[in-house]
Design a protein around this ligand. Structure first.
Ligand code: UD1
Length: 443
C-alpha cells in the first residue's frame, strides 16, 4: 500500500486481535544468532521491519522458514560477520546484530543503522557499553568494525549505562549472554521496557542465565551454549495503545484481544481521565467511549513506565479534538512533531516550540469533502479527484496519528507514504475495516 483513503466520522465498534510486538521480535530475532539450533517464533506479523531483519539473518547464514504467522530460524553457525549494508540501513534494529555476532563470532562489520527519521539517533551508548566489556571498535564515516575476545577466567564486571536506552540494553545483553561460562556482568541503569523482559525471557528459555529484567539492574551470567526453543513474543503494546486512542477519538466500543493491559497502564489512566470506560481481563481490553470530558494534560514522554514516545503523536490527536488546553513535551526524539503541520491542515490548533507542543482542543477536525465521488464505505473511488485533504506521513507512529485524525475528521483524507505505517502494522486497513471504519488502501 502506498496510500490510504479514509472517510472519517464513524465510531469504531468490534473486536480485533493484536499481533506480536515488533520491538520485541527485532532483538529476539537477532538473539537467534546466539542459539545453536532451531527457534520457532509465533504470532509474528508480516511487517516490513521484520522482513528486513529476516533478510539480514538470511545473509548471515540463517535458514528461515515462514508458515503463516510462525517463523522458524535455524542457526547452526553464522557464515559471516559482515552485515548486508542495504538491509541494515533500512532499520534501526540492525544495530542489535552487533552484540549477538560479537558474542558468537568475536567480530562484526555493519553500516550505521537506519530507521524512522525521528531524530539523530546516535549509538554512542551502545558502543560505550560494548567497550566496557573489552570490545575493540573502529568507526569510519559509514562502517562500524568491532572485535571481541571474552576473558577466559571467571570474573564479575560492573557496567553502567548513563541513560536507559532500550537498544543499548538489548545489545549488551546479547553480547554477554554467550561467553566463558560463569563470567558475570552486572549492568546498572538499564531500560525497563516490557520488550527487554521479553528478550530476557526468550534467552532464558534457550538456557541463558539472566536476572533482574524489568528492574534497573540486570545481571547476566554467561553460558557457553544456548539451545533452540519455541517462543511467543508479547503483544504489541504500541499498536494496542494506538487502537485504544483511535477509539477514544472516534467514540465507540472496541475489544482488543491478545493484550497485556499492564503494559499500557499509563495510557489507560489518561484515557479514563477523559471519560473512557476501560475494562480489562488478563489478556483483553474493552474500551467504551460515549462522552469525553474536558481535561488539560501535561504529557512528558519518558522511558517505561513513563508515557511512551511511540504513542505521543497518536495521543496528540486525542488532545487536538478534546476540550482543554494541553502540552506535550517530547524528551526522547527531537523530530517527533513532524506530523503537526499535517494535523493543522484539518484545523487542529497546535503550536510547536522546541520539544514542546501546545494543543488547544477543537470540537471537530475538518477534511475537504468531495460529495458523490466517495459514495460508500470500502468503495475505491472511481475518480482520482476524490482525494479530499492529502496528509503526508513521515514516520511510522506519526503516520498512525494521521490515520486516527482522518478517522475523526469530517470528510475525506488521503494519507500518502503509507509504507511508513507498514513498518509496524500488518493489517491496519483490515483491522479498522473490521471496526467499521471507511478506509481503503490505494496503490
Ligand atoms: C526503541 C524503540 C523505539 C522507541 C524507543 C524509545 C526498537 C526497535 N525501537 O528505540 O520504537 O521509540 O526505544 O522507547 O525497540 N540514545 C543515545 N545514544 C545511544 C542510544 C540512544 O543518545 O547510543 C538516545 C536516543 O537518541 C533517544 C534515547 O536515547 O533520545 C532513547 O533511545 P533508545 O531507548 O535507545 O531507543 P531505541 O532503542 O533506538
Amino acid at each position: 500500500m502506498s496510500k490510504l483513503q479514509i472517510i472519517g466520522g464513524t465510531p469504531l465498534r468490534g473486536t480485533i486481535t493484536i499481533d506480536g510486538a515488533k520491538n520485541s521480535l527485532l532483538p529476539i530475532m537477532t538473539a537467534c544468532l546466539l542459539v545453536n539450533g532451531s527457534v520457532r517464533l509465533r504470532n509474528v506479523p508480516q511487517i516490513s521491519d521484520l522482513h528486513q531483519m529476516l533478510h539480514i539473518l538470511a545473509g548471515l547464514g540463517c535458514y528461515i522458514n515462514r508458515q503463516g504467522d510462525t517463523v522458524k530460524i535455524d542457526v547452526r553457525q553464522p557464515s559471516t560477520y559482515v552485515i548486508d549494508a542495504t538491509a541494515a540501513r533500512q532499520i534501526r534494529g540492525s544495530i542489535f546484530v552487533m552484540g549477538a555476532l560479537l558474542a558468537r563470532l568475536g567480530a562484526v562489520e555493519l553500516p550505521y543503522p537506519g530507521g524512522c527519521s525521528i531524530g539523530s539517533r546516535p549509538i554512542d551508548l551502545h558502543l560505550n557499553l560494548l567497550r566496557q566489556i573489552g570490545v575493540k571498535i573502529k568507526t569510519s564515516a559509514s562502517v562500524i568494525r568491532a572485535t571481541y575476545t571474552p576473558k577466559r577466567q571467571r570474573h564479575t564486571t560492573v557496567l553502567t549505562l548513563d541513560f536507559p536506552s532500550v537498544g543499548a540494553t538489548e545489545n549488551i545483553i546479547q553480547a554477554t549472554t554467550l561467553g566463558y561460562a560463569g563470567n558475570t556482568y552486572q549492568i546498572i541503569g538499564v531500560a525497563k521496557e516490557p520488550e527487554i523482559v521479553d528478550l530476557c525471557n526468550f534467552l532464558n528459555q534457550c538456557g541463558a542465565q539472566i536476572t533482574g529484567a524489568g528492574t534497573d539492574t540486570i545481571t547476566v551470567t554467561s553460558v557457553a551454549r544456548l539451545h533452540g526453543t519455541d517462543y511467543t513474543p508479547i503483544p504489541d503494546r504500541i499498536n494496542t495503545g494506538s487502537y485504544l486512542i483511535a477509539t477514544a477519538v472516534t467514540g465507540g466500543d472496541v475489544t482488543l484481544r491478545n493484550v497485556i493491559p499492564a503494559h499500557n497502564q499509563n495510557l489507560i489512566n489518561k484515557l479514563r481521565a477523559v471519560g473512557a470506560q476501560i475494562n480489562t481481563t488478563s489478556d483483553s481490553l474493552r474500551i467504551v467511549v460515549k462522552h469525553r470530558r474536558r481535561q488539560n494534560f501535561a504529557i512528558h514522554t519518558a522511558p517505561y513506565p513513563g508515557f511512551p514516545t511511540d504513542l505521543q503523536s497518536q495521543f496528540c490527536v486525542l488532545l487536538a479534538v478534546n476540550r482543554g488546553h494541553s502540552t506535550i513535551t517530547e524528551n526522547l526524539f527531537e523530530n517527533r512533531f513532524r506530523y503537526v503541520p499535517e494535523l493543522r491542515k484539518l484545523g487542529a490548533q497546535i503550536t510547536v516550540q522546541g520539544n514542546q507542543a501546545q494543543i488547544r482542543g477543537v470540537t471537530q477536525l475538518h477534511a475537504q469533502t468531495t460529495p458523490n465521488l466517495c459514495p460508500s464505505a470500502y468503495h475505491v473511488p472511481d475518480s482520482a479527484a476524490c482525494t479530499g485533504t492529502t496528509l503526508h506521513a513521515t514516520d511510522l507512529r506519526g503516520g498512525v496519528a494521521l490515520v486516527i485524525a482522518a478517522l475523526a475528521a469530517n470528510g475525506t483524507c488521503t494519507i500518502d507514504h503509507a509504507e511508513y505505517i507498514a513498518r509496524g502494522h500488518q493489517n491496519i486497513v483490515k483491522d479498522l475495516q473490521q471496526l467499521g471504519a471507511n478506509i481503503v488502501a490505494l496503490p
